[in-house]
Ligand binder design. Sequence first.
Ligand code: BTN
Length: 256
Amino acid sequence: MFNLENFDIKLSTEFIGRNFIYTEEIESTNSFLLGKSVKGINGTVLLAEKQTRGRGRKDRVWYSAKGQNLTFSILITEKKYLTEKINMLNFISSLSVAQAIENLFQLRTELKWPNDILINGKKTAGILLESSSQGSKIEKLVIGIGINVNQGLFQGNFNSEPTSLKLELNHSIDRERLLAEVLNIFEENYLEIPNNSKQLLDDWRERCRMIGEKISVTDSETTRYGIFDDIDENGFLLLKNKNTIEKIHFGDVSIS
Ligand code: BTN
């Protein structure tokens, strides 16, 4: 069971995770925080030991064994972040998870566009951003993060081969320390967004080993091929083909 006291001692943030909700079981931490009944306190974090309908990108299911991993969501309601900067939150989420894993375990991480975290080519964590709007204005954004921490076995068919930190390190991980580290780093990165988004994108690029490679990008209808040229200042993937550069907004990327 998650030890709230141990977590609290290690959390050094000012606002991220200061309103902390812990629950044994819930449908989905993302769905709950997006709901109307939730007060919009910026930085609220909801952690669930088990999700009965955990969701991944592209309507996939997110499987996570009860009490072994970290499945949580962060609520963002600060208006200035919910405008053109919104995509930066996507990037700092995967970056913060990668930096926390590197700091605590000296593991080399890889970021896969748009926001998967891989270790040794296998998926260790995934992120799902969802928002709710009123009229044309985004009212709240929920960043859902699933990190495979202590799960020892993954059964079923997965779009990307999964792994956990325990499988990569051969020992169990202190979930409280890891969650506190992710949130501490997330807050630091969040505060850098207004003035330093270029550096944050550079930090993200540094961990994306697919840049410069021949890739394919698949969305629900088509597969496109080309060279992964870069990500632009808004975080879109730039796919190069001969003399043209196409901006890709979403899809699954593979080396082709
Ligand atoms: C993906 O890689 O497809 C994204 C996975 C996101 C999973 C997390 S777990 C916590 C939050 N609640 C959900 O229902 N999904 C996200």
